[in-house]
Design a protein around this ligand. Structure first.
Ligand code: NAD
Length: 269
């Protein structure tokens, strides 16, 4: 356990925390002293592994199942969290998926699936968290803010992405959801921010890094010359959740090794 945990006594919920970025975020929050809910929708055994890792590091965690696109399941999950930890201080809206196809072949079902989980899921979880933050208010011993919401967006909130219009639209939507919530909730001392990851090595984009050829092609898009690791995002999320970032709200922090710097123009376009 970190000798100076920045999130001591706070309770956090991380959606989609049994894989990839969500897992690393949950472990980072746990290492900083938060009680962590590991949300999962399938594969409970991998959620239990994350719980056990946090506990073996000296932290506290439980696993709760819910499909973030279903209102009743989200509301039940929050009630279960309150039974276990009393309240919520930090929400990390991380769950997401891709269902790719050329635009003219994209089915309505695949459009709705991705918007339902990636965008509506963030709305449903953020609304529950904000209701609790407002009801409870600031608890000065824990944090200067009444609550913190961190939305996992993507570089694709600004970089258009052919063949993935449902995904890119969900991430563009998250930007306005995040900024509008931040504007409305700031007077209630609630901070809302996004993280915009570039290419992070997780199962969601395996085909982009699993062979040396694929990885080399990917690296042409990353000026800093390496693929990101889930732990990079975990450390940023833990910082955005703590009082060191208390004056930041309504911001997207891109963590992308320079992917949003238009690397194709680095030698005169
Ligand atoms: P991942 O596939 O490893 O993890 C996604 C998680 O979301 C899994 O735990 C999955 O079970 C969960 N999930 C999916 N549908 C769900 C639902 N209905 N309810 C609850 N949980 C659900 O992928 P990842 O790369 O760790 O992605 C995490 C987030 O980061 C996503 O929002 C993704 O869009 C975003 N992101 C990832 C990258 C990257 O390069 N890996 C880049 C930008 C943004």
């Amino acid at each position: 356990m970190n000798p100076n945990p920045k999130l001591k006594g706070q309770s956090a919920l991380v959606t989609g925390a049994n894989s990839g970025i969500g897992k690393a975020v949950a472990i980072a929050l746990g290492n900083d002293g938060a009680n962590v809910v590991i949300n999962y929708v399938t594969h409970p055994e991998t959620a239990d592994e994350v719980v056990n890792e946090i506990k073996s590091n000296g932290g506290n965690a439980i696993a709760l199942q819910a499909d973030v696109s279903k209102e009743d399941q989200v509301q039940n999950m929050f009630q279960e969290m309150y039974k276990a930890f009393g309240t919520i201080d930090i929400l990390v809206n991380n769950a997401g998926l891709q269902k790719d196809s050329p635009f003219t072949e994209m089915s309505l079902a695949d459009w709705q699936l991705v918007i339902g989980i990636n965008l509506t899921g963030q709305f449903l979880c953020a609304r529950e968290a904000a209701r609790e933050f407002i009801k409870r208010g600031v608890v000065a011993e824990r944090s200067k803010a009444a609550g913190k919401i961190i939305c996992m967006s993507s570089v694709h909130q600004v970089i258009p992405w052919g063949g993935h219009v449902n995904y890119a639209s969900s991430k563009g939507g998250i930007n306005m959801l995040m900024q509008s919530m931040a504007q409305e909730l700031a007077p209630k001392k609630i901070r809302v921010n996004s993280i915009g990851p570039g290419a992070i090595q997780t199962p969601i984009n395996k085909q982009a890094w699993e062979t040396p050829e694929a990885l080399n092609s990917l690296l042409t898009l990353i000026p800093y010359g390496r693929i990101g690791q889930p732990e990079d995002i975990g450390l940023l999320a833990a910082w955005l959740a703590c009082d060191e970032s208390d004056y930041i709200t309504g911001a997207t922090i891109f963590m992308d090794g320079g992917m949003t710097l238009y690397p194709g123009f680095s030698t005169n376009g």
